[in-house]
Design a protein around this ligand. Structure first.
Ligand SMILES: [Fe+2]
Length: 199
């Protein structure tokens, strides 16, 4: 099953700056994603994206909301439309006249699946955070103290063990990191720090 989107232009440039409120995004999330585990993943990616925008990109409130919305909604159609994953949420956001940056960011969160290249920092970071967020969470869940005391080096060790969270593509992680100018260690630490309290 190909998830290729077959286009690389999303939304209408006239909608630049047009963002739904975070409440509206949560309403969509709750309606579209009954699975609690998946909702948590999306909230975690949203928290990490927002934090990165504010702490590392000096983003203003509006820009930070863009990052947060992309993180929160990137897998919104995964549960109900696995065969059309990404296409459905993109079309929904286009209908809602959402800022094209948010839509492009969601479209590029898996370039090897959707065929859309990440072309700015927001796009590149969602790609890197998406896989690592789930992986870090899996690494935390098997510890008695969960995130408490979870160190980067133990996550790195798990990454080297192919049997652990085998569904997480190490190749995608390496590809995503290579597109940033950052180290894997730095990104893992950031993910641990900013998703540990998300519930
Ligand atoms: Fe995801």
């Amino acid at each position: 099953m190909s998830h290729k989107l077959g286009r690389d232009s999303f939304g209408d440039p006239a909608n630049a700056g047009n963002l739904m409120s975070i409440e509206e995004a949560y309403a969509l999330l709750n309606e579209w994603v009954p699975n609690e585990r998946l909702r948590l993943h999306m909230k975690q990616v949203a928290a990490v994206m927002k934090a990165w925008a504010i702490e590392k990109e000096n983003a203003d409130e509006q820009t930070a909301l863009k990052w947060e919305l992309a993180g929160l909604l990137h897998d919104a159609d995964w549960e109900k439309h696995p065969d059309d994953h990404c296409r459905i949420i993109i079309e929904e956001l286009e209908k809602r006249n959402t800022d094209p940056d948010v839509i492009h960011c969601i479209a590029s969160h898996g370039p090897n699946y959707f065929g859309v290249e990440p072309n700015n920092t927001m796009d590149k970071m969602i790609y890197a955070f998406d896989e690592l967020s789930g992986f870090v969470h899996a690494a935390a869940l098997i510890r008695p103290t969960r995130y408490e005391g979870l160190e980067v080096k133990s996550v790195l060790k798990r990454l080297k063990s192919p049997a652990f969270a085998a569904q997480v593509s190490r190749e995608d992680i390496n590809d995503a990191i290579a597109r940033t100018n950052l180290s894997l260690e730095e990104i893992i630490q950031f993910v641990i720090d900013h998703q540990k309290d998300v519930s």
